[in-house]
Design a protein around this ligand. Structure first.
Ligand code: SDX
Length: 433
């Protein structure tokens, strides 16, 4: 425990007519906790909390969420202000270094991102090894882990090397993503260009071609930049917890972020943005208004959920969904950008928010409900949606990895369990089984 947590009083635990005093602590926003780090030694008991919904895994000063009030702040800055006034590289710097950059700091960071935006030429052969139609998340997780073979990480990382590696990853994840897309459609790779900033570079690598002029649309660039800002961090979510867990074994940063990519892939986490669009497309194809789908989502036996709805922490509107909904409205009302799926999404939201099933379970639209519509408008193929989420989340993962690495001590993550298997029994030869 560092001195950032304010000691409160103590909690008294009575077990088998013995009482134990456990320290209680308060974070800067008033969250309270009971410090159980000595519980097992003192009482022989452990706690049980499947999914860790009631368990703080660490102290962190990166992101603050209030799920009841729908608050999200990166290093104290409200997400709404960053989405409106900032750009992704500036927010990446904020998450990684704790402060908004000066002009010189941002220029140096952008220079680092540009200089490290290419990957070793020999890595291009890897793309040829993946079967046609491979999911880009499988390619991304593999390629990021394999960066450690081309850019070995020294056992002892000095600050300068660590900062350079972090910039490399924020930049190269974007290049690998664009290259995997180009490979998947059999088009020649388009290299990053020093002419473009982060998002423009990405879109240019994705969609330009030696034989096709690709005009960068400022509104699309802005919308994708905002998408990345809104996905940049989210405290101890599933993939970030995976990064911190993998990092606690002192595995190298490429292996650690590859673990985050793999966890993000799941449909209950980052994979939901792809599932939302597939859900909307299905409703559109069936010509429904969503009512039938909502009924199925409420029926446990249907195996269906209203994708993009619900959240482990937000029991109110996800503030990112509000910003993305506004951005969707603006972008899709541009001439020629209309998307019938937006009307369906808004209709689903309208029905669900009046339906007691969703109200009683505090299920609201989350970041994934509208985000896919922005990616669709940019021409990003659906199977690349979670890859875009990973590009956005990379600075957050790296900020948590650094915070863990430079914490008071790196404690390897190793939860306990409640054993419910067989009690002791003895080996029986196969002839006697
Ligand atoms: C992200 O953690 C983060 O911060 C993640 C994230 C980030 O930025 O990193 O915010 C990104 O992962 C957002 C979430 C994207 N996932 C989806 O949109 C998938 C659909 N949502 C659900 O699968 C679900 O809501 C979760 C997984 C997101 C949250 O699950 P919880 O809080 O554990 O809720 P639960 O599974 O315990 O469900 C509680 C009840 C259940 O019904 P009952 O058993 O009480 O009758 O609500 C129901 C669930 O069946 N429920 C839903 C539902 N989500 C929960 N019913 C229908 N549709 C849904 N979407």
């Amino acid at each position: 425990m560092t001195d950032n947590l304010k000691p409160l009083s103590t909690a008294t635990l009575t077990l088998e007519d013995k009482s134990y005093s456990l320290p209680t602590l308060m974070g800067v926003e008033g969250e309270k906790s009971i410090d159980i780090s000595k519980l097992r030694a003192q009482t022989g008991y452990i706690t049980l909390d499947e999914g860790y919904g009631n368990t703080g895994a660490c102290e962190s000063s990166i992101t603050y969420i209030d799920g009841e009030k729908g608050i999200l702040r990166y290093r104290g800055y409200p997400i709404e202000e960053l989405a409106e006034h900032s750009r992704f590289t500036e927010v990446a710097y904020l998450l990684l270094h704790g402060e908004l950059p000066t002009v010189d700091q941002l220029n140096l960071f952008s220079k680092r991102l540009n200089e490290s935006s290419i990957i070793h030429e020999d890595m291009h052969h890897f793309f040829n090894g993946f079967p046609r139609g491979s999911h880009p998340m499988g390619i991304l997780a593999t390629m990021v882990a394999s960066l450690s073979t081309f850019y070995p990480v020294p056992d002892v990382l000095d600050e300068a090397t660590e900062i350079q590696i972090v910039a490399n990853l924020v930049s190269q994840v974007r290049t690998i993503a664009a290259f995997s897309y180009k490979k998947s459609i059999g088009e020649p790779l388009v290299y990053p260009s020093i002419k473009y900033r982060y998002v423009r570079n990405f879109l240019n690598m994705m969609f330009s071609s030696p034989v096709r002029d690709y005009q960068l649309d400022d509104d699309i660039v802005r919308a994708i930049d905002m998408f990345l800002i809104l996905h940049a961090d989210h405290e101890q979510n599933c993939s970030t917890s995976s990064v911190r867990t993998a990092g606690s074994s002192m595995a190298n940063v490429y292996a650690v972020t590859s673990a985050g990519i793999s966890a993000l892939w799941g449909p209950r986490h980052g994979g939901a943005n792809q599932e939302v669009i597939q859900m909307l497309e299905q409703i559109h194809a069936e010509g429904g208004d969503g009512t039938e789908f909502i009924n199925q989502a409420k029926d446990k036996n249907s195996g269906r959920r209203l994708m993009g709805f619900g959240h482990r922490v937000y029991k109110n509107f996800d503030p990112r969904a509000k910003v993305l909904k506004k951005q969707c409205d603006k972008l899709l009302n541009k001439p020629g950008m209309n998307d019938p799926l937006l009307e369906i999404a808004m209709r689903l939201e309208e029905i669900a928010l009046k339906d007691d099933y969703f109200i009683s379970r505090k299920l609201y639209p989350n970041v994934d409900f509208y985000s896919g519509l922005i990616l669709r408008a940019a021409g990003i193929p659906t199977n690349m949606f979670t890859v875009l989420f990973a590009i956005g989340r990379m600075p957050g993962w790296l900020a948590h990895w650094r915070e863990m690495l430079h914490g008071k001590q790196v404690t390897i993550t190793r939860p306990r369990q409640m054993y419910v298997g067989e009690t002791e029994r003895h080996f029986v030869d196969i002839e006697n089984r």
